[in-house]
Ligand binder design. Structure first.
Ligand code: PMP
Length: 456
Protein backbone atom coordinates (compact mmCIF):
# COMPACT_ATOMS: atom_id res chain seq x y z
CA UNK A 1 0.00 0.00 0.00
CA UNK A 2 1.45 3.29 -0.99
CA UNK A 3 -0.81 6.22 -0.46
CA UNK A 4 0.67 8.56 -3.02
CA UNK A 5 -0.16 12.22 -3.33
CA UNK A 6 -3.00 11.46 -5.70
CA UNK A 7 -4.85 9.29 -3.19
CA UNK A 8 -8.22 10.93 -2.46
CA UNK A 9 -8.06 13.03 0.66
CA UNK A 10 -4.72 14.61 -0.18
CA UNK A 11 -5.12 17.82 -2.08
CA UNK A 12 -1.55 18.98 -1.73
CA UNK A 13 2.01 17.82 -1.53
CA UNK A 14 3.40 17.19 1.93
CA UNK A 15 6.23 19.06 3.59
CA UNK A 16 6.27 16.53 6.41
CA UNK A 17 8.46 13.51 6.26
CA UNK A 18 8.87 10.38 8.33
CA UNK A 19 10.66 7.17 7.31
CA UNK A 20 9.76 7.08 3.66
CA UNK A 21 7.81 8.76 0.89
CA UNK A 22 4.68 6.70 1.40
CA UNK A 23 1.62 8.59 2.51
CA UNK A 24 -1.39 7.62 4.56
CA UNK A 25 -5.00 8.77 4.45
CA UNK A 26 -5.85 11.88 6.43
CA UNK A 27 -7.52 11.16 9.75
CA UNK A 28 -10.90 12.77 10.19
CA UNK A 29 -11.98 11.65 13.64
CA UNK A 30 -11.69 8.76 16.09
CA UNK A 31 -13.92 7.44 18.86
CA UNK A 32 -13.41 4.43 21.11
CA UNK A 33 -11.79 1.63 19.11
CA UNK A 34 -12.71 3.12 15.72
CA UNK A 35 -11.07 5.71 13.47
CA UNK A 36 -12.40 7.37 10.31
CA UNK A 37 -10.41 8.92 7.47
CA UNK A 38 -11.62 11.94 5.50
CA UNK A 39 -12.96 9.62 2.80
CA UNK A 40 -15.39 8.12 5.28
CA UNK A 41 -13.55 4.80 5.52
CA UNK A 42 -13.86 3.30 9.02
CA UNK A 43 -10.98 1.41 10.62
CA UNK A 44 -10.89 -0.61 13.80
CA UNK A 45 -7.74 0.31 15.69
CA UNK A 46 -6.62 -3.19 16.63
CA UNK A 47 -3.10 -2.05 17.45
CA UNK A 48 -4.02 1.02 19.53
CA UNK A 49 -1.78 2.99 17.18
CA UNK A 50 1.59 1.65 18.25
CA UNK A 51 0.17 0.05 21.43
CA UNK A 52 -0.55 3.54 22.76
CA UNK A 53 -4.28 4.28 22.73
CA UNK A 54 -5.02 1.91 25.60
CA UNK A 55 -8.31 3.49 26.68
CA UNK A 56 -9.56 4.11 23.15
CA UNK A 57 -9.91 7.41 21.35
CA UNK A 58 -11.52 10.70 22.38
CA UNK A 59 -12.73 9.79 25.86
CA UNK A 60 -14.64 12.92 27.00
CA UNK A 61 -13.37 12.54 30.59
CA UNK A 62 -9.76 12.89 29.48
CA UNK A 63 -10.55 15.76 27.14
CA UNK A 64 -12.37 17.59 29.97
CA UNK A 65 -9.45 17.07 32.37
CA UNK A 66 -6.97 18.39 29.82
CA UNK A 67 -9.17 21.38 29.07
CA UNK A 68 -9.52 22.17 32.78
CA UNK A 69 -5.75 22.08 33.15
CA UNK A 70 -5.28 24.27 30.08
CA UNK A 71 -7.63 26.87 31.47
CA UNK A 72 -5.60 26.90 34.70
CA UNK A 73 -2.06 26.88 33.32
CA UNK A 74 -0.85 25.51 30.00
CA UNK A 75 2.81 25.32 30.93
CA UNK A 76 4.85 25.74 34.08
CA UNK A 77 8.56 25.11 33.72
CA UNK A 78 9.80 22.67 36.34
CA UNK A 79 12.66 24.92 37.49
CA UNK A 80 10.16 27.71 38.18
CA UNK A 81 7.07 25.94 39.53
CA UNK A 82 5.77 22.62 40.73
CA UNK A 83 2.41 21.62 39.30
CA UNK A 84 -0.32 19.59 40.94
CA UNK A 85 -1.01 17.42 37.90
CA UNK A 86 2.58 16.15 37.87
CA UNK A 87 2.75 15.83 41.67
CA UNK A 88 -0.49 13.83 41.80
CA UNK A 89 0.47 11.53 38.98
CA UNK A 90 3.86 10.88 40.58
CA UNK A 91 2.17 9.90 43.87
CA UNK A 92 -0.27 7.65 42.07
CA UNK A 93 2.47 5.94 40.06
CA UNK A 94 4.52 5.46 43.23
CA UNK A 95 1.53 3.75 44.86
CA UNK A 96 1.09 1.41 41.90
CA UNK A 97 4.72 0.66 41.07
CA UNK A 98 6.30 -2.58 42.29
CA UNK A 99 8.14 -2.77 45.61
CA UNK A 100 10.19 0.24 46.60
CA UNK A 101 9.94 2.04 43.24
CA UNK A 102 8.56 5.41 44.31
CA UNK A 103 10.52 8.31 42.80
CA UNK A 104 9.17 9.47 39.45
CA UNK A 105 10.95 11.37 36.68
CA UNK A 106 8.66 12.50 33.86
CA UNK A 107 9.63 12.60 30.20
CA UNK A 108 7.73 12.85 26.91
CA UNK A 109 8.17 9.39 25.37
CA UNK A 110 9.65 5.92 25.50
CA UNK A 111 13.13 6.66 24.16
CA UNK A 112 13.49 9.51 26.66
CA UNK A 113 12.36 7.23 29.48
CA UNK A 114 14.95 4.62 28.54
CA UNK A 115 17.73 7.21 28.16
CA UNK A 116 16.84 8.47 31.62
CA UNK A 117 17.13 4.96 33.10
CA UNK A 118 20.60 4.53 31.62
CA UNK A 119 21.80 7.87 32.95
CA UNK A 120 20.31 7.40 36.42
CA UNK A 121 21.90 3.95 36.63
CA UNK A 122 25.28 5.33 35.62
CA UNK A 123 25.12 8.27 38.01
CA UNK A 124 24.07 5.96 40.84
CA UNK A 125 27.11 3.74 40.39
CA UNK A 126 29.32 6.84 40.28
CA UNK A 127 27.72 8.04 43.50
CA UNK A 128 28.43 4.74 45.25
CA UNK A 129 32.02 4.60 44.01
CA UNK A 130 31.67 2.00 41.23
CA UNK A 131 32.82 4.15 38.33
CA UNK A 132 34.04 1.15 36.33
CA UNK A 133 30.45 0.02 35.71
CA UNK A 134 29.28 1.30 32.31
CA UNK A 135 28.18 -1.66 30.18
CA UNK A 136 24.48 -2.24 29.65
CA UNK A 137 23.52 -5.74 28.59
CA UNK A 138 20.29 -6.13 26.64
CA UNK A 139 18.60 -8.81 24.56
CA UNK A 140 18.59 -9.61 20.90
CA UNK A 141 16.12 -8.97 19.40
CA UNK A 142 14.69 -6.08 21.39
CA UNK A 143 13.51 -2.51 20.96
CA UNK A 144 14.28 0.24 23.43
CA UNK A 145 14.09 3.39 21.34
CA UNK A 146 15.63 5.35 18.51
CA UNK A 147 17.81 7.95 20.23
CA UNK A 148 21.49 6.99 20.18
CA UNK A 149 21.70 5.73 23.78
CA UNK A 150 18.48 3.72 23.57
CA UNK A 151 19.46 2.51 20.11
CA UNK A 152 22.80 1.18 21.38
CA UNK A 153 20.93 -1.22 23.66
CA UNK A 154 18.29 -2.05 21.04
CA UNK A 155 18.77 -5.44 19.41
CA UNK A 156 18.03 -4.68 15.80
CA UNK A 157 20.96 -4.66 13.40
CA UNK A 158 19.57 -2.64 10.45
CA UNK A 159 18.72 0.32 12.70
CA UNK A 160 22.26 0.26 14.11
CA UNK A 161 24.33 0.02 10.99
CA UNK A 162 24.37 3.65 9.84
CA UNK A 163 25.07 4.95 13.33
CA UNK A 164 27.54 2.34 14.55
CA UNK A 165 30.53 4.73 14.62
CA UNK A 166 28.52 7.14 16.76
CA UNK A 167 27.43 4.64 19.39
CA UNK A 168 28.97 2.56 22.14
CA UNK A 169 28.81 -1.13 21.26
CA UNK A 170 26.77 -2.69 24.07
CA UNK A 171 26.66 -6.45 24.74
CA UNK A 172 23.54 -8.47 23.88
CA UNK A 173 22.26 -11.88 24.92
CA UNK A 174 19.60 -13.89 23.06
CA UNK A 175 15.97 -13.14 23.90
CA UNK A 176 14.21 -16.18 25.41
CA UNK A 177 12.63 -17.47 22.18
CA UNK A 178 11.71 -20.78 23.85
CA UNK A 179 8.93 -21.44 21.34
CA UNK A 180 11.62 -22.10 18.71
CA UNK A 181 13.55 -24.62 20.81
CA UNK A 182 13.19 -28.27 19.93
CA UNK A 183 15.10 -29.72 22.89
CA UNK A 184 13.67 -31.94 25.62
CA UNK A 185 13.89 -29.34 28.37
CA UNK A 186 10.87 -28.46 30.49
CA UNK A 187 9.58 -24.90 30.28
CA UNK A 188 11.12 -24.23 33.66
CA UNK A 189 14.56 -25.40 32.54
CA UNK A 190 14.34 -23.49 29.27
CA UNK A 191 13.65 -20.34 31.24
CA UNK A 192 16.72 -21.00 33.34
CA UNK A 193 18.80 -21.77 30.25
CA UNK A 194 18.08 -18.36 28.75
CA UNK A 195 18.44 -16.50 32.04
CA UNK A 196 21.79 -18.12 32.69
CA UNK A 197 23.04 -16.61 29.44
CA UNK A 198 22.99 -13.33 31.33
CA UNK A 199 25.31 -14.72 33.98
CA UNK A 200 27.67 -16.03 31.32
CA UNK A 201 27.72 -12.61 29.61
CA UNK A 202 28.31 -10.76 32.88
CA UNK A 203 31.26 -13.06 33.61
CA UNK A 204 32.59 -12.63 30.07
CA UNK A 205 32.42 -8.84 30.31
CA UNK A 206 33.81 -8.73 33.85
CA UNK A 207 31.13 -8.26 36.53
CA UNK A 208 32.72 -5.10 37.89
CA UNK A 209 32.23 -3.40 34.49
CA UNK A 210 28.53 -4.20 34.06
CA UNK A 211 26.13 -1.41 34.96
CA UNK A 212 22.73 -2.82 34.09
CA UNK A 213 20.62 -5.37 32.27
CA UNK A 214 17.54 -4.09 30.45
CA UNK A 215 14.60 -6.17 29.24
CA UNK A 216 11.00 -5.86 28.15
CA UNK A 217 9.03 -8.17 30.50
CA UNK A 218 6.78 -9.05 27.58
CA UNK A 219 8.48 -8.37 24.28
CA UNK A 220 7.05 -5.72 22.01
CA UNK A 221 7.29 -5.41 18.28
CA UNK A 222 10.84 -6.79 18.13
CA UNK A 223 9.95 -10.25 19.36
CA UNK A 224 6.19 -10.32 18.84
CA UNK A 225 4.80 -10.35 22.39
CA UNK A 226 7.40 -12.78 23.65
CA UNK A 227 6.65 -14.13 27.13
CA UNK A 228 9.35 -16.14 28.93
CA UNK A 229 8.73 -19.05 31.32
CA UNK A 230 8.21 -17.92 34.93
CA UNK A 231 11.61 -19.28 35.95
CA UNK A 232 13.32 -16.79 33.64
CA UNK A 233 12.12 -13.71 35.51
CA UNK A 234 13.14 -15.00 38.94
CA UNK A 235 16.55 -16.18 37.77
CA UNK A 236 17.33 -12.88 36.02
CA UNK A 237 16.54 -11.01 39.25
CA UNK A 238 18.85 -13.37 41.22
CA UNK A 239 21.71 -12.96 38.76
CA UNK A 240 21.46 -9.16 38.81
CA UNK A 241 21.46 -9.21 42.62
CA UNK A 242 24.42 -11.54 42.74
CA UNK A 243 26.62 -9.34 40.54
CA UNK A 244 25.38 -5.91 41.64
CA UNK A 245 23.94 -5.29 38.17
CA UNK A 246 20.89 -2.99 38.05
CA UNK A 247 17.82 -4.60 36.53
CA UNK A 248 15.91 -2.17 34.29
CA UNK A 249 12.43 -3.12 33.11
CA UNK A 250 11.44 -1.39 29.89
CA UNK A 251 7.67 -1.22 30.39
CA UNK A 252 7.22 1.47 27.75
CA UNK A 253 4.79 -0.85 25.96
CA UNK A 254 3.75 -3.26 28.72
CA UNK A 255 3.14 -0.61 31.41
CA UNK A 256 -0.12 1.18 32.18
CA UNK A 257 -2.20 -1.94 31.95
CA UNK A 258 -1.75 -3.49 28.54
CA UNK A 259 -0.87 -6.97 29.86
CA UNK A 260 -3.74 -7.02 32.38
CA UNK A 261 -1.77 -5.70 35.36
CA UNK A 262 -0.79 -2.06 35.72
CA UNK A 263 2.87 -3.07 35.38
CA UNK A 264 3.81 -6.37 33.76
CA UNK A 265 6.43 -6.92 36.50
CA UNK A 266 3.50 -7.76 38.81
CA UNK A 267 2.81 -10.99 36.90
CA UNK A 268 6.02 -12.44 38.30
CA UNK A 269 6.28 -10.40 41.51
CA UNK A 270 9.54 -8.94 40.29
CA UNK A 271 10.79 -5.62 41.59
CA UNK A 272 13.20 -4.18 39.04
CA UNK A 273 15.69 -1.53 40.14
CA UNK A 274 14.48 1.03 37.61
CA UNK A 275 11.43 1.02 35.35
CA UNK A 276 10.52 2.93 32.17
CA UNK A 277 6.90 3.48 31.13
CA UNK A 278 5.34 5.58 28.38
CA UNK A 279 2.88 4.76 25.59
CA UNK A 280 -0.23 3.90 27.65
CA UNK A 281 0.56 6.35 30.45
CA UNK A 282 -1.29 9.19 28.76
CA UNK A 283 -2.65 6.71 26.18
CA UNK A 284 -2.01 8.94 23.16
CA UNK A 285 -3.86 11.96 24.59
CA UNK A 286 -0.49 13.69 25.17
CA UNK A 287 3.19 12.76 24.87
CA UNK A 288 4.20 11.38 28.29
CA UNK A 289 6.57 8.88 29.80
CA UNK A 290 8.21 8.26 33.14
CA UNK A 291 11.15 6.62 34.82
CA UNK A 292 10.37 5.20 38.25
CA UNK A 293 13.15 4.31 40.67
CA UNK A 294 13.59 3.63 44.38
CA UNK A 295 14.82 6.30 46.74
CA UNK A 296 17.88 4.13 47.50
CA UNK A 297 19.01 4.84 43.92
CA UNK A 298 17.71 8.40 43.52
CA UNK A 299 18.97 9.84 46.82
CA UNK A 300 22.67 9.07 46.34
CA UNK A 301 22.46 10.73 42.91
CA UNK A 302 20.70 13.83 44.27
CA UNK A 303 23.22 13.96 47.13
CA UNK A 304 26.22 13.76 44.75
CA UNK A 305 25.70 16.84 42.65
CA UNK A 306 22.23 16.04 41.35
CA UNK A 307 20.87 14.19 38.31
CA UNK A 308 22.60 15.65 35.28
CA UNK A 309 19.73 15.09 32.91
CA UNK A 310 16.36 16.53 31.99
CA UNK A 311 13.97 17.65 29.28
CA UNK A 312 12.16 20.96 28.81
CA UNK A 313 8.74 19.32 28.70
CA UNK A 314 9.31 17.14 31.80
CA UNK A 315 6.21 17.08 34.01
CA UNK A 316 4.22 19.07 31.48
CA UNK A 317 0.93 19.94 33.23
CA UNK A 318 -1.33 19.15 30.28
CA UNK A 319 0.36 15.80 29.65
CA UNK A 320 0.20 14.93 33.35
CA UNK A 321 -3.46 15.99 33.55
CA UNK A 322 -4.08 13.58 30.69
CA UNK A 323 -2.09 10.89 32.57
CA UNK A 324 -4.21 11.35 35.69
CA UNK A 325 -7.45 11.22 33.75
CA UNK A 326 -6.32 8.12 31.83
CA UNK A 327 -5.52 6.41 35.13
CA UNK A 328 -8.98 7.36 36.43
CA UNK A 329 -10.59 5.83 33.35
CA UNK A 330 -8.53 2.63 33.69
CA UNK A 331 -9.60 2.23 37.29
CA UNK A 332 -13.20 3.45 37.08
CA UNK A 333 -13.96 1.29 34.05
CA UNK A 334 -12.14 -1.84 35.23
CA UNK A 335 -9.87 -1.82 32.20
CA UNK A 336 -7.11 -3.93 33.78
CA UNK A 337 -9.63 -6.71 34.29
CA UNK A 338 -10.93 -6.21 30.75
CA UNK A 339 -7.41 -6.33 29.29
CA UNK A 340 -6.88 -9.66 31.07
CA UNK A 341 -10.21 -11.25 30.17
CA UNK A 342 -10.66 -9.82 26.66
CA UNK A 343 -7.00 -10.54 26.01
CA UNK A 344 -7.44 -14.21 26.92
CA UNK A 345 -10.58 -14.44 24.77
CA UNK A 346 -8.93 -12.73 21.79
CA UNK A 347 -5.84 -14.90 22.09
CA UNK A 348 -8.08 -17.98 21.98
CA UNK A 349 -9.81 -16.65 18.86
CA UNK A 350 -6.48 -15.95 17.16
CA UNK A 351 -5.39 -19.45 18.14
CA UNK A 352 -8.43 -20.89 16.34
CA UNK A 353 -7.21 -19.29 13.09
CA UNK A 354 -4.26 -21.68 13.22
CA UNK A 355 -6.63 -24.49 12.20
CA UNK A 356 -7.39 -22.69 8.91
CA UNK A 357 -3.95 -21.24 8.14
CA UNK A 358 -0.96 -23.51 8.46
CA UNK A 359 1.38 -20.55 8.02
CA UNK A 360 0.40 -19.16 11.42
CA UNK A 361 3.22 -20.70 13.44
CA UNK A 362 2.47 -19.30 16.87
CA UNK A 363 0.00 -17.11 18.74
CA UNK A 364 1.35 -15.62 21.94
CA UNK A 365 1.28 -12.76 24.41
CA UNK A 366 -0.29 -11.62 27.65
CA UNK A 367 -3.42 -9.56 28.24
CA UNK A 368 -3.96 -7.42 25.15
CA UNK A 369 -0.34 -7.55 24.04
CA UNK A 370 -0.80 -10.31 21.47
CA UNK A 371 1.04 -11.41 18.34
CA UNK A 372 0.85 -14.00 15.59
CA UNK A 373 4.01 -15.33 13.99
CA UNK A 374 3.86 -16.32 10.33
CA UNK A 375 6.10 -19.18 9.16
CA UNK A 376 6.77 -21.28 6.08
CA UNK A 377 6.50 -24.48 8.11
CA UNK A 378 4.85 -24.77 11.51
CA UNK A 379 6.64 -28.02 12.44
CA UNK A 380 10.10 -26.62 11.91
CA UNK A 381 9.12 -22.95 12.46
CA UNK A 382 11.13 -22.16 9.33
CA UNK A 383 10.54 -18.47 8.53
CA UNK A 384 8.94 -17.29 5.30
CA UNK A 385 11.66 -15.90 3.02
CA UNK A 386 12.12 -12.21 3.89
CA UNK A 387 11.60 -11.14 0.26
CA UNK A 388 7.87 -11.89 0.64
CA UNK A 389 7.57 -9.35 3.49
CA UNK A 390 4.71 -11.54 4.73
CA UNK A 391 3.88 -9.67 7.95
CA UNK A 392 4.08 -6.25 6.30
CA UNK A 393 1.91 -7.52 3.47
CA UNK A 394 -0.69 -8.87 5.92
CA UNK A 395 -0.80 -5.52 7.67
CA UNK A 396 -1.31 -3.72 4.36
CA UNK A 397 -4.07 -6.04 3.17
CA UNK A 398 -5.81 -5.73 6.54
CA UNK A 399 -5.52 -1.94 6.46
CA UNK A 400 -7.29 -1.82 3.14
CA UNK A 401 -10.09 -3.84 4.75
CA UNK A 402 -10.41 -1.35 7.62
CA UNK A 403 -8.39 -3.34 10.16
CA UNK A 404 -5.32 -1.77 11.75
CA UNK A 405 -2.77 -4.24 13.11
CA UNK A 406 0.86 -3.53 13.83
CA UNK A 407 3.71 -4.27 11.51
CA UNK A 408 7.41 -4.16 11.66
CA UNK A 409 10.12 -4.52 9.09
CA UNK A 410 11.14 -8.07 8.31
CA UNK A 411 14.17 -7.31 6.20
CA UNK A 412 17.16 -8.42 8.23
CA UNK A 413 17.79 -8.07 11.91
CA UNK A 414 14.85 -9.89 13.33
CA UNK A 415 13.92 -13.47 12.72
CA UNK A 416 10.71 -14.20 10.90
CA UNK A 417 7.43 -12.37 10.62
CA UNK A 418 4.93 -11.41 13.22
CA UNK A 419 2.02 -9.05 13.52
CA UNK A 420 0.77 -7.47 16.72
CA UNK A 421 -2.95 -7.57 17.52
CA UNK A 422 -3.38 -5.18 20.45
CA UNK A 423 -6.71 -3.34 20.51
CA UNK A 424 -7.51 -0.79 23.22
CA UNK A 425 -8.25 -2.17 26.69
CA UNK A 426 -11.84 -1.04 26.20
CA UNK A 427 -12.47 -3.68 23.52
CA UNK A 428 -15.65 -5.69 24.02
CA UNK A 429 -16.47 -9.20 22.83
CA UNK A 430 -19.11 -7.89 20.41
CA UNK A 431 -16.40 -5.85 18.66
CA UNK A 432 -14.22 -8.93 18.09
CA UNK A 433 -15.99 -9.63 14.82
CA UNK A 434 -14.74 -6.34 13.39
CA UNK A 435 -11.20 -7.60 14.01
CA UNK A 436 -11.57 -11.29 13.24
CA UNK A 437 -13.66 -10.90 10.07
CA UNK A 438 -11.21 -8.71 8.13
CA UNK A 439 -8.26 -10.57 9.67
CA UNK A 440 -9.60 -13.85 8.36
CA UNK A 441 -10.13 -12.32 4.90
CA UNK A 442 -6.65 -10.79 4.94
CA UNK A 443 -5.06 -14.10 5.94
CA UNK A 444 -6.91 -15.85 3.11
CA UNK A 445 -5.67 -13.28 0.60
CA UNK A 446 -2.12 -13.50 1.94
CA UNK A 447 -2.23 -17.29 1.73
CA UNK A 448 -3.20 -17.10 -1.95
CA UNK A 449 -0.44 -14.59 -2.66
CA UNK A 450 2.22 -16.54 -0.77
CA UNK A 451 1.29 -19.78 -2.49
CA UNK A 452 1.48 -18.11 -5.89
CA UNK A 453 4.87 -16.63 -5.05
CA UNK A 454 6.19 -19.89 -3.59
CA UNK A 455 6.53 -18.40 -0.10
CA UNK A 456 4.66 -21.22 1.67
N1 PMP B 1 10.82 0.79 24.52
C1 PMP B 1 9.86 -0.04 24.07
C2 PMP B 1 9.66 -1.38 24.69
C3 PMP B 1 9.05 0.37 23.00
O1 PMP B 1 8.11 -0.43 22.54
C4 PMP B 1 9.26 1.66 22.43
C5 PMP B 1 8.42 2.15 21.27
N2 PMP B 1 7.97 1.20 20.40
C6 PMP B 1 10.27 2.46 22.95
C7 PMP B 1 11.02 2.00 24.00
C8 PMP B 1 10.54 3.84 22.39
O2 PMP B 1 9.46 4.67 22.62
P1 PMP B 1 9.24 6.01 21.75
O3 PMP B 1 8.96 5.57 20.36
O4 PMP B 1 8.05 6.65 22.43
O5 PMP B 1 10.47 6.84 21.88
Amino acid sequence: MTHEMTKPGHNRDSKLFYQSRSRRPLIDHAKGVYMWDVNGQRYIDASSGAMVSNIGHSDPRVIAAMQKQMEQATFAYRLHFENDAAENLAWRLAERAPGDLERVFFVSGGSEAVESCLKLARQYTLAIGQAQRSKVISRFPSYHGSTLGALAITGYTPMHAPFAPMMVDQPKIPAPTCYLDRDDLSDHDRGLKYANMLEAEILRQGPETVLAFIMEPVGGAATGALVAPDSYYQRIREICDQYGVLLIYDEVMTGAGRTGKYFAAEHWNIVPDILAVSKGLAAGYAPLGAMIAPDRIVSPVLDHGGFIHGYTYAGNPIACAAGNAVLDVIEQDGLLENAASSGAALKAELGKLMASYSFIGDVRGKGLLLAMELVANRDTMEPIAPKHMAAARLVDIAYDKGLIIYWRRTRGGYRGDHVMVCPPMTITLDQFGDILGPLNDALAQLETELKQAGGI
